[in-house]
Design a protein around this ligand. Structure first.
Ligand SMILES: CC(C)(COP(=O)(O)OP(=O)(O)OC[C@H]1O[C@@H](n2cnc3c(N)ncnc32)[C@H](O)[C@@H]1OP(=O)(O)O)[C@@H](O)C(=O)NCCC(=O)NCCS
Length: 193
């Protein structure tokens, strides 16, 4: 199946989300080689810059197919690539996709993930016509769980030993938000302005 929606650039006050390029490999390697960053993501720690190049090549092939929604997150002040955010496993039939993200450690704690994730939810509901966006979060990843709560996702439950990642069976929390919940949040934020 082919799709025609391209990955748009999304500009916010502090960050910009844009499609990734091969030229991002050096900055990606900087954070993707940090085991603290990759501890709770499903992809392997990058050991060489070539790992980052291969990772980027896969994403760029996905852009060409039109079925991959992965953005680089850029810190506007410095133009640095600080991480990535994505909608994976998009099913147009079921109108559902999975949110995922990772940031370089030095950028944690500044609200970047919350800002970026809010913008990506908006894109998913308005441009991909999604009805549901979910996220799977390792039960020890309290920081990410907090981000998911802050963007209005509800914890729907715990999936015991849901999948095997890097040799271990992971128990994860499933969080989700529906389009109608998102629209209520948008309305409430406009009313409180
Ligand atoms: C998860 C991650 C993206 C969060 O990014 P971030 O930009 O630091 O997130 P934010 O600053 O928007 O929000 C973090 C929230 O977690 C809270 N927090 C920080 N450390 C925490 C901890 N140990 N336990 C609980 N909450 C914590 C912060 O206080 C903040 O909440 P607040 O605004 O209510 O104070 C980042 O830590 C990361 O890239 N981790 C590695 C990759 C990863 O785990 N990805 C998610 C896979 S599901």
């Amino acid at each position: 199946m082919t799709f025609s929606i391209v990955v748009p650039q999304i500009v916010l006050s502090n960050i910009t989300m844009r499609p990734l390029e091969l030229a991002d490999s050096h900055q990606m390697f900087d954070y993707a080689s940090d085991p603290e960053v990759t501890r709770h993501v499903t992809w392997e720690t990058h050991h060489t810059e070539d790992d980052s190049l291969i990772f980027l090549r896969d994403i760029i092939h996905g852009y060409e197919r039109g079925d991959t929604f992965v953005w680089g997150i850029i810190w506007n002040d410095t133009n640095a690539l600080v991480g990535t955010i994505a909608l994976h496993h998009w099913s147009p039939k079921d109108q559902v996709a999975e949110l995922g993200y990772a940031l370089g450690r030095r950028y944690w704690g500044n609200g970047i993930a919350t800002m970026a994730a809010g913008a990506i939810l908006d894109f998913g509901f308005s441009s991909l016509n999604l009805n549901r966006i979910y996220a799977l979060c390792h039960i020890q990843n309290a920081r990410s769980a907090r981000v998911l709560e802050k963007i209005g996702m509800q914890k729907e439950g715990e999936l015991r030993e849901y999948y095997k990642v890097k040799g271990d069976l992971w128990t994860v929390w499933i969080y989700a938000i529906l389009a109608r919940d998102w629209n209520v949040r948008l309305l409430n934020s406009k009313l409180s302005l």
